[in-house]
Each structure stands twice: as C-alpha cells, then as structure tokens.
Design a protein around this ligand. Sequence first.
Ligand SMILES: *Cc1c(COP(=O)(O)O)cnc(C)c1O
Length: 428
Amino acid sequence: MSRDTGFALRGEVLHAEGVPLSRIAQGVGTPTYVYSASSLRAAARRFRAALSPIPRLSLAFAVKANPSLAVLSVLRDERFGADIVSGGELTAALAAGMDASSIVYSGVGKTPEELAQALRAGVGHINLEGEHEGEVLAATAVRLGLGATALLRINPNVDAGTHAKITTGTSDSKFGVPLADAIGIYDRLARRRGLTLHGIAVHIGSQIMDLAPLEAAYRRIGELVAALRARGHRITHVDLGGGLGVDYRDGPDGDVAAYGAMVARVTQDWDVTLMVEPGRYIAAHAGVLLTRVLWVKPGEECPFVVIDAGMNDLARPALYDAWHEFAAVTPNGATMQAHVVGPVCESSDRFAKARLIDRVREGDLAILRDVGAYGASMASCYNSRALVAEVMVEGDRYAVIAPRIDAAAIRPQVVPDWLEAHALDHAA
Ligand SMILES: *Cc1c(COP(=O)(O)O)cnc(C)c1O
C-alpha cells in the first residue's frame, strides 16, 4: 500500500511503528485502539501541504473524529485548531493546549450554557445553525459583557454523494440555514448587539470522494459572499468544513492535492481567511483496533470468527455498513472464508460477512484497520461492556492514553431506597 499507515509487518508480527502489537496486547489487554503518532503527523502535513496555495488558511481538526487528548496534542503540534460540537469537546480541545481563538464551534443543538462556556473561553468562531441560535448567542454575549464572533452556516442543498447517514448539505438535513433565507437572516443577525458576524460556514458531509459536490457547494458560497458584500457586509472568513474521504480497502484516498487545487481555484477572488476542518482524512488510517479471537464457531456457509471487540467498541459497521480490513497480527499465509462478529447481542454486531480473511484460531490476535476516526469516539458500554482502552505509539515506545474502564465505573448506579425495600419484600 502506498499510503503510510504506521502499521506493517516486521518479520512475522504486525507492528505499530516500532512496537509489536503482541506486546501491546500483553501489556494492555484487548480490545484496544492503537494509534500511530507518525501517521497522524504525516496526514496532517499532507493536508497542509495540499492546501498551501491558499494564502490565508486556518486548519481545524474535527474533534468528534477522535477526541483523545494525546491525538489532539499531536495535532496542536501540527498547528491545527479544533472544530468542536459540544462543551465537552471544548474542554478537551483546551485541555490539549489548543488556542481558544483557533476553535470553531459547530453543531445544531448548542445549549445556552454551552454558548456561555464558549464565550467565556474566548472561542474564535461560533458557527450559527439558525437565526434563533444567533439571537440566543447575542443575548448571552450582552449578558456576560463579552463579544461573540460568529459565522452563519449555510445549507447549500448539494448532495455530497456519500452515505445517507453522513450527508449534511441537502435541504432535508437539519444543518445550517437554507441558501434562500441566508441573506435575510444575515442582515438581521448582523444588526444584533453583542454579535459580530465574520462570514459563512458550510459542511456538506463526510467520506466524500468526488470533489464535484464540494465544488458546487463552494461556488454557491462564493456567490453568497459576493451578494452579502454588495449589501455592505464585511466578510473576512469562510469555513469550508471537512468531509474529504479516505479509502477503507486498498484504493487511493480522496485526492487531497486535487482538493487543494480546487479550493484555491474556486476561492481565488474571495479575499478571506479560509478555514478547513478535516477529521477523517487526518485520523482514519492512524488507528487500528487490536482484538483477540475468542473462538471460531462453525456456521452453515462459513464459520464465525468471534472476536472480543464489539459494535460498542467500533460502531461504524453497524451504523454505516462500513468496511474495515481484518488482519491477523501474526499471519501464517493461509486464508479462510468467515464472518467476523463481536460478542454483543445484536445481529448488526458484525465486522465482516463471508469475507476472505487471514486464517485465525482461538486466542490469536487480530486488528481491524483504519479506525482512527469515528472509532473510539463512538464507543459505548452497551451490554455493560468495559469502555475500550486506547494506546498511542511513536517510534518504539507506547503509552496508554485512555485506560479500559468498567461499565459500572463509567455510570455509577444508584438504587433508590424505596426500591431496595421493595426488593427485600420480594426476597422475604
Ligand atoms: C464532522 C464535521 C467535520 C469533519 O468531517 P470529516 O468528514 O471527518 O472530515 C467538519 N466540520 C463539521 C461542521 C463537522 O460536523
């Protein structure tokens, strides 16, 4: 494979950079997410280099793709800001040492408390998902005696041509305001005390491989910027969102060089600071989910390889029918046709269906590839399973960056005394 994923066979054993995955399994157990810092850095640099023709550029990592503090710290080192969607992500970005002014806050359901938290922290831009949110933000800013800087998020009604569950720019999507209403809303919000509008934001979806819908959306934004300026608005920033896709099999990733060239071409007359917010492109290839085969259960057409990672640890296959490569940590050259499934009591807890995979046996270690984005960040304790551990590797060292936590510790349980009494009655 041409891309540098940070995970490769060395001798007989799959390594994360210089560390054998078997060593991590021994030290930390399974299932465990393992990230390669070098792979993160390489993707961040590739992205920045591809966008270097843009004169004023500000890059923000989409924290929801991977909010681990260690991951955010690597990206802070690479001079990325943060694109956040909650107060919790704001806390994470600040804890990772990111500059508040480099933070962009998107999301369709920000609470008044979260808006206040963002203002107090000095977040660079709040992306307004509707007129009402702008009114609440302005009122909150006045009440706190702080200024709010914001962008208005537009829904350009362009279909990103990606999975329906990760499309955000069509007219039936909850995100942003319709293009037709944009000027009226911008006019009214720009007059609000406490609120300074700097421009426009757009984000049409994720895992986008075809640049045409992105270009179509950006062109509509360009026209809107011109129209707003004609009405006297001062537009200094445009946030183009994220969305560039990666390949999960063995083809090429979304063409980042072509993306950079397209953005430079479409925006050359805009005279603004451009903000771009990649998530998946930066992190997807930089992580694997290390797992152990619990047993191989015979099946009608082919066997079930039951692994100790489930849909609670990695939701993407159940949620989006996503494909993740399955590979043995110590492959022996043989293959088998099998279903790869997790232990969770749901039929959708399946990672591969009748797929040709490395031959594995009970007790073997294996990985699911390309899970650095939208992997651990979506993990849950469903089935009262532990919250999955995470490890960062750089060179020949590794560290646990998030320990495995028992479900009971994540959500401490309380039984009201009136229920306990009831239970005792039954026991008697
Ligand atoms: C999720 C999201 C991103 C990142 O999307 P990727 O497909 O991971 O690049 C960027 N901006 C906004 C507003 C988002 O919601």
